[in-house]
Design a protein around this ligand. Sequence first.
Ligand code: FES
Ligand SMILES: [Fe+2]
Length: 312
Amino acid sequence: MSETRFLKIGRRLPPADLFSEAPDWQQAQPAWIEGALRHALSLPSGGWYVVDAARAIERRARRYRIAGEDYVVWRTDRGPVVAPDSCPHMGARLSDGVVREGRVVCPWHGLALGQEPHGTWRPLPVHDDGVLLWVQASGSEERTATPLLPVRPERYFAAVMRLEARCDPRDVVANRLDPWHGVHFHPHSFGRLRVLERDETTITVRVVYRIAPWLGMEVDALFDCPDPRTIVMTIIRGEGAGSVVETHATPIEPGRSAVIEATLATSERPQFHAFFRAFGGLLRPVVEKRARRLWVEDGAYAERRYELRQGS
Ligand code: FES
Ligand SMILES: [Fe+2]
């Protein structure tokens, strides 16, 4: 797609050299993607998993499956609770119960459970970072007091989407470590995408986001992985510099993952924050729908990658 076919809006970018002039299929080297992925997988996670958008957690019981375990999740005045979904009395699913006065009431015999332990049943450590809810699940991973959060802008407009895919978290991260597929696989969203820089673990691209078929916004964006289940895109130059898209992959069970993607948009323009304060409620579903559309496609990519890894 040639540059002249776009009307570009937003801040102009300085000229930059390309990492390579080779066609995308030659630049997209599986060995580089695997190397960057291996590095991500070697990073500590602190034992934390993203559950969902913080705003998705309501005062009603809901079931989430994370790393092979079922949890009941609900919100109280003192914050969200994540606990085993099995009643300590006779094992009923607590997520089928109702929430009364901040406690989940077991549907079988009415045991009301809250933030305090009951026998061996106890809520897990949680962290609400204002955008996402995290849980620290038991497992072999070394624990930290809080999740290792990516750098976020000071002020932002946030939108979060969640969907599930038949793959492992590493397939989700690997998808985003391949920027070369962008223009070919998502022509509706990317007008042009070129790699500017690449080291062993990060990659910087100059990308034209399509706003309309003939209208685009060009930015420079850096991809890196702060933990083994997260890949972050940060706009480093151009309109909205400092904005981030955090893609988190949470294992549901082997071969099944949740993709939870948070878009945190910011701008130096003074009108930006006032605009989003006024219209954020209307715009959030639009941003979430766009992110979901990309992830329906990228989910198919990640699922195919998973299939290939299984040797099918
Ligand atoms: S199984 Fe929950 S109260 Fe009996
Ligand atoms: Fe993609």
